[in-house]
Design a protein around this ligand. Sequence first.
Ligand code: L34
Length: 293
Amino acid sequence: MTTIDGKALAQTIKAEIREEVSAIVAAGGKAPHLAAVLIGEDPASQVYVRNKVKSCEEVGFHSTLIRRPADISQEELMGIVADLNQNPDIDGFIVQLPLPKHLNEEEITLAIDPRKDVDGFHPVNFGRMAQGLPCYLPATPAGILEMLKRYEIPTAGKEVVVVGRSNIVGTPMSILLSRKAYPGDATVTICHSRTRNLAEHTRRADIIVAAIGSADFIKGDMVKDGVVIIDVGMNRVEDPAAKNGYRLTGDVDFASVAPKSSYFTPVPGGVGQMTVVSLMLNTLKAGKREVYG
Ligand code: L34
């Protein structure tokens, strides 16, 4: 079993971005500027956004963090999005999800200017992604492609089973891995909560992308020998022995699955790290006006 070291890979890519930013600045250009909007106090979101801001510092980007309380109104948040769309100093921005229940995520996502949508969540970017046109790729699937590529894991003709059909992970991942490309050219099956006999599908898979949101859901008897495991899960499980009272675990049961796998992404230190670095790559593209001119 080879561990796919997301943390090391992220460091390598951040060093590459840093080089490029230095060159841009040395040539008299401006470093890319990312803004992140964080609503409320969700502990996981605070960690993720902190990692994003920290990564901006590491690669030499400007960053702006906009924090507002959980009881912000839809109108006020729409106003923040409109300001960021207009602000010529901001190259790209994200609104961290999930939002508090009373807010309409769909309306917010649609309001973001696709040219600044470095999350790649706006339907314009999603549609361009689906048609193989220049776009901002959603960060988690893009990070997974980068992991497959840098570990030279073959995908052409492989059976990929994606478990989970969210707009931000499962659905775009399935589209990207079935494209005529590398990584891609795979035969992709999407499974979800209404799938019958899930284990029959996962047992056929050469590559499993687990994006379910349920701790240790995929067990050893559900996979075949040699499987490549991409674990997108980021579950906080209570653990009195841990110093902050919880531990992080993925959607794949490491103890029973890892011994059967050829490659395995750890949680933490796997896909999450690559999600953050993909956002940096999209922000670099935004700064260079690479996608929309
Ligand atoms: N708008 N909302 C928007 N864009 C995104 O790209 C995200 N996502 C997902 C949740 N909501 C979003 C993230 O940022 C998931 N996600 C994310 C980002 C970073 C990490 C995990 C998920 C991450 O840094 N994970 C670390 C451990 C973090 C911890 O200690 O809790 C890791 O090593 O996996």
